[in-house]
Ligand binder design. Structure first.
Ligand code: NAG
Ligand code: NAG
Ligand code: NAG
Ligand code: NAG
Length: 500
């Protein structure tokens, strides 16, 4: 498996990567009227920590967390990442084709019992356990991302990758250099075979039902589906033939990975599933509009909504107590002109056209929550990455801005997100001065100014991530959030992330 060090990366290849100068006015484009169908303030408060697994340290980390469950400064653990093109046969009790990376093939069930046992212990200690599907690497189609998200624009925040690895031109980005290392830098040691995309299992009855649901509610372009994008298949675009990232096993054995994910959650007795959908390449490849934009990302609203609805149908049918949460892009609830790259407005339009999907995740027994990944933000003003000139570009200022778009347009219960230490974006090699690390000062500003108490808590990426240049570690970040959400009275807020 890849090392997956920089997952959940937002990579702002544009709040306009090529915004025409003078025409871009973010502050006036923020919707001020709520589009919710009713109050959605019922989401339970939670402090949520992601655990990124790898076969070397993953088992020990999971066991240390499980052994210390009652003393963890969090109330939900999100185990990550399952692959979106997984295969899991009900009752098979193996993670062999799940892509979680918890154990190697030296463990006959690839870590299934280990995870099932840890889940039991964590739940007994008052911690919910979710499994996340996706993450950056399982969402990245290198060739299309390079071509339509980066090379297409004359300038943009990631254009330097083409200069550095491709002699400044798209033709220099080849399979040999992983299309100019647009998905992960060479230092990650990732291979093209470590990436995947979210499939469209067109033969699946519940996927078909999800497509019909999407088609019946659309408020934009006619949906165009892409079931031909199967892992391993040849894909020709212009003069280039490339290979679709990911596995074709699900297609060969005719299984719906979203249905299998629900079967897996059930066999592990998990509390919920977390959908981490970040297909920037899809939005940019299948955008509508002309020239340098602005564009619309209707097709990606449809694909995301169909995936969520397929999960919902299967949860209702086979595991009705299962919760569903989503890790949403920071700019996802922002309604305004879009120039590509950041899934701006995806959750805004999904909520507008398919409010029942939002309702399932935000109210009632299955509500895992919409959690905004308000991190990997840049303070570099060159590419309009600071959302509003009238607001501070500090981490606290930007977290407050993006969270407010969610609270105004979707629900006051949407949670915000923090990333421990040095962010993955902007790249330290390229623009380290524009990074916004999570310092103690930033943490205090955020927890005192952002509506921590008015909202329903926060997500933290990642429990064992190094604090880097910052002066607070994961334990302190979680303790601070825990006290903010639950007050001083909850004993677990004094706990730490255990050594392993
Ligand atoms: C386990 O994986 C290694 C490396 O991929 C491979 O060489 C080996 O044959 C596999 N062992 C089994 C039992 O599948
Ligand atoms: C899981 O728990 C069961 C029952 O306590 C135990 O017998 C088994 O060895 C455990 N398995 C692992 C992999 O921890
Ligand atoms: C985190 O920081 C606190 C405060 O500086 C320190 O006490 C603790 O040992 C650090 N490490 C871990 C793993 O929590
Ligand atoms: C975690 O649990 C282990 C095993 O019960 C224990 O030895 C250790 O002290 C605990 N660590 C913390 C930080 O509570």
């Amino acid at each position: 498996m890849g090392s997956f060090c920089s997952l959940l990366v937002l990579v702002f290849s544009a709040l306009g990567s090529s915004a025409p100068t003078g025409t871009y006015s973010p502050s006036s484009s923020v919707a001020t009227t709520s589009t919710t169908t009713g109050p959605r303030a019922s989401l339970a408060p939670a402090v949520i920590g992601y655990l990124l697994l790898d076969p070397v340290t993953g088992p020990a980390k999971l066991q240390a967390l499980a052994a210390n469950a009652t003393r963890l400064p969090l109330t939900r653990l999100v185990v990550s990442f399952a692959r979106p093109d997984m295969v899991y046969i009900p009752q098979s009790r193996t993670l062999k084709h799940v892509g979680l990376g918890l154990a190697t093939n030296t463990s006959s069930d690839y870590g299934f019992e280990l995870l099932a046992n840890a889940t039991r212990q964590l739940q007994a200690g008052g911690v919910e356990v979710f499994l996340s599907v996706g993450g950056w690497n399982y969402n990245c189609f290198a060739f299309l991302y390079m071509k339509y998200s980066i090379a297409y624009f004359p300038v943009g925040p990631n254009a330097w990758k083409l200069s550095m690895y491709g002699l400044g031109s798209m033709s220099g980005c080849t399979e040999a250099n992983q299309y100019c290392y647009v998905c992960e830098p060479p230092s990650e040691g990732t291979k093209l075979s470590d990436f995947s995309i979210f499939p469209e299992p067109s033969f699946s009855p519940t996927w078909k039902q999800a497509q019909a649901f999407v088609a019946s509610g659309t408020g934009g372009d006619v949906p165009v589906w892409h079931p031909e994008l199967v892992g391993g298949a040849s894909f020709t675009d212009g003069s280039v033939t490339t290979t679709v990232p990911g596995s074709d096993l699900w297609s060969r054995v005719r299984r719906d990975p979203y249905q299998d994910l629900v079967y897996l959650a059930k066999d592990l007795n998990l509390d919920g599933i977390d959908l981490d959908y970040e297909e920037f390449w899809h939005a940019d490849t299948f955008r509508s509009g002309t020239g340098l934009g602005p564009f619309r990302l209707d097709q990606t609203v449809y694909k995301y909504s169909a995936i969520a609805y397929d999960l919902i149908l299967n949860i209702k049918a086979t595991y009705p107590t299962c919760k569903l949460s989503v890790a949403a892009s920071a700019a996802g609830a922002w309604n305004g002109p879009w120039w590509g790259g950041n899934l701006k407005g995806l959750w805004y339009f999904s909520n507008l056209w398919y409010p029942s999907i939002t309702d399932f995740m935000m109210t009632g027994p299955n509500a895992g929550g919409i959690n905004a990944m308000t991190y990997d933000l840049s303070k570099n003003p060159t590419f309009h990455e600071c959302p509003s000139p009238t607001l501070p570009c500090s981490l606290a200022g930007q977290v407050a801005f993006y969270l407010d778009t969610y609270h105004t347009n979707i629900s006051p219960s949407v949670r915000f997100g923090l990333e421990v230490g040095t962010p993955a974006y902007p790249d330290a090699m390229h623009d380290s001065v524009s990074q916004l690390p999570l310092t103690k000062q930033a943490l205090n500003e955020i927890t005192s100014s952002v509506s921590v108490l008015g909202g329903s808590g926060a997500i933290v990426w990642e429990l064992y991530k190094d604090q880097g240049v910052a002066d607070v570690n994961a334990s302190v970040v979680l303790q601070t959030l825990c006290r903010g959400v639950f007050g001083g009275g909850m004993e677990r807020c004094l706990g730490v992330i255990p050594r392993f």
